[in-house]
Design a protein around this ligand. Sequence first.
Ligand SMILES: [Ca+2]
Ligand SMILES: [Ca+2]
Length: 264
Amino acid sequence: MKTMIALSLLSFSSASFATNIDLSSWSADTYNLTGGQTAGNWTLSNSNQTVTQTINADPSVYLNNLNQTNYSMDGSWKVGTSSDDDFIGFVFGYQNDHQYYVMDWKQRNQSASTYGYADAGFRILKIDALSRSALTVADFWDADLNSTNSTVLASNAGTGWADNTTYRFHLDFFTNPGEISILVQNDAKTDTLWDVTINDLSYTSGQFGFYNFSQQQVQYSGFTQTGGEIVPPNAVPVPAAALLFAPALLGFISLRRKAKQAVA
Ligand SMILES: [Ca+2]
Ligand SMILES: [Ca+2]
């Protein structure tokens, strides 16, 4: 009897705390830009509250499939290896695979012969390309090289992330009118590594997701959301290529009809 009372008090009190997001309904997508790296491998654990991307992959995202505005997102993330020194971060305002915001963070400065120069430190990029196939490695590596697809909205070069170290992430996505704010802190929240607000209105709703590029063993854990309004996705024009398939599709339907008639 005493045990039952204790359990019911426990469940009552826990209901007042924020619940961690179940990541099992999120979905992964990896670009194929360099031609030399395999797709991201996103592995769930800890009752679907932690996901780890294990591969040194091309830009890879893990999306929540919710077109939202007016929310805050909190969580922690770390790179669980000393190998490599590349990009970790988040996407938000995600409209589709060629129009969204990225916050990324590189561990070390690096010059790549065909992709340009990447600073250690933070950036917020606006990706705005005509199509997925228009995107290049440079759009994610050195955004200044190709300003038509990728624009640096804010940056803070210098401080890279440390290996095997947990960081705290906080995003306010239009909880204040016209503003997107991001705060990155150490796990104990005693040091602020970046505190930035931008006033870009290109994507005022969209999906949220995790992001990494050419970095393995990136772990995202304990994410919670506050607020949030689901809104219909913005209208996306039908790609011209889709219209090219229409005559072939009609031909296929007519063939199927004939086949059915023959059997009858
Ligand atoms: Ca490293
Ligand atoms: Ca790498």
